[in-house]
Design a protein. Structure first.
Length: 283
């Protein structure tokens, strides 16, 4: 375990040296500024719909929609961060000659992978939680507070950890460029599964529903994201609930309790597969 912590600290210091976190901070500030501006304009516009004949709560509709969009953007930014922290964890370091001294002495292959996963998962999870909290505060000050805050934040953090584990697995079997492409294609596949589920539910298409369900369990970051969306408006009822539950970029669906232990087991299985693949590599 101590070896994994050493590798994790090294990975974070290396990211600091390469100014990765500086770029992430600047992009996050720009995102928050744009989000604040857009949300402010949206709440100003929906004030004109107060007392509408459809019994729709305009502030709830506006707040849930814009915060749901923010959750998608935050998940994407977290996925980018997790991917870049693990992109060349095996192939990249091996090609630069940095890997051989570490895995022979003193840490070993398993500790090395564990440290890289620990660093990427921790940094990405903290990042998405902090950015989500900032968006919640902005949305609340402007006009609407979500029904749940902790649950969606944890769901985003869990999704980021899953993506970090998948990227680490890719780094053990693919080149750096191929791994980056593969991770973002997997991310897109998860998003597509969510959209198919939304379409299937709207059209009562059972086949699309089954495809979406399978996709959500094969790529559980999508199920965690949908679960987080559903928690934003857990106490909303009536026509407003029917509209906001459609959710942006994939339907908002509450997940079963089994999702969390399954996600933990999924990350463990992906990490074990990465370790097995790494053990068979000649460096």
């Amino acid at each position: 375990m101590s070896g994994a912590l050493v590798v994790a600290r090294h990975a974070v210091r290396e990211s600091l040296r390469r100014r990765v976190f500086v770029v992430v901070l600047l992009l996050s500030v720009v995102f928050l500024a744009l989000y604040t501006w857009g949300a402010s304009e949206l709440f100003d516009e929906v004030d004109a719909f107060d007392g509408n004949e459809f019994d729709v709560q305009p502030d709830t509709l506006a707040g849930a929609t814009v915060l749901g969009l923010a959750m998608f953007a935050i998940l994407f930014l977290g996925a980018v961060l997790a991917t870049f922290l693990t992109l060349g964890a095996v192939r990249g370091d091996a090609e630069r000659g940095l890997l051989q001294p570490l895995i022979v002495r003193p840490v070993g292959r398993v500790a090395y992978l564990g440290g890289r996963l620990l660093a990427a998962a921790t940094v990405s999870a903290v990042y998405v939680v902090v950015l989500f909290a900032a968006c919640v505060v902005v949305t609340g000050v402007l006009g609407w507070w979500p029904d749940r805050v902790v649950g969606p934040a944890l769901a985003l953090a869990g999704a980021a950890v899953v993506i970090a584990a998948l990227s680490l697995l890719g780094s053990a079997v693919l080149s750096t460029t191929a791994n980056g492409i593969a991770v973002f294609m997997v991310f897109g596949a998860g998003l597509t599964a969510g959209l198919l589920g939304q379409i299937g539910e709207s059209l009562d298409a059972k086949t699309l529903d089954r495809i979406a369900d399978v996709g959500s369990w094969v790529l559980p970051f999508e199920a965690l994201y949908q679960h987080g969306l559903s928690l934003l408006t857990a106490d909303v009822e009536g026509p407003t609930a029917a509209i906001v539950n459609l959710g942006p970029f994939g339907g908002a669906q509450e997940a079963p309790l089994a999702l969390w232990p399954y996600a933990v087991a999924y990350v463990a299985a992906v990490a074990a597969l990465a370790a097995w693949s790494f053990s068979r590599r000649d460096l």
